[in-house]
Design a protein. Structure first.
Length: 133
């Protein structure tokens, strides 16, 4: 199966037996959610989101380490990457520990307080995640 990525195509193996949606989301088989009930689905989604954030933090740390190792002039990137990764790890803990309504109300409040910064952060996060995955 081919996935279009702005002009370039990536081949995605179809031999795994999983649906496209399942492979893309990394959240298990389609029927798996149906048997969990709403509460179980929310918990599984929170765990999956926390896991993805932790994976992103690990990749950011690795990127900082590789950048610093390749170019001495860019050694300042390592502490910046580690700081960013620490913040992403903090976000992962927050997502796992807070109830969905609490996360939503906190997010709404931050967007109301800082609308331009929120749009910029959403754009940056989307761009970064697209580049990492």
């Amino acid at each position: 199966m081919a996935e279009n990525d702005g002009g370039s195509e990536k081949q995605i193996p179809a031999s795994t037996g999983e649906s496209e949606t399942t492979r893309a989301s990394g959240m298990g088989a389609p029927g798996e959610f149906a048997s969990l009930g709403e509460r179980g689905r929310i918990e599984q989604a929170r765990a999956a989101a926390g896991g993805k954030l932790e994976e992103t933090a690990r990749r950011v740390r690795e990127l900082g380490d590789r950048t610093a190792a390749k170019n001495r002039a860019l050694q300042r990137a390592r502490p910046l990457a580690n700081n960013a990764a620490d913040n992403i790890d903090s976000a992962a803990r927050y997502v796992r520990e807070r109830e969905l309504d609490e996360v939503r109300s906190d997010l709404e409040e931050q967007v109301r307080r800082h609308p331009l910064a929120s749009v910029a952060m959403a754009f940056l996060a989307g761009y970064t995640l697209r580049r990492l995955f």
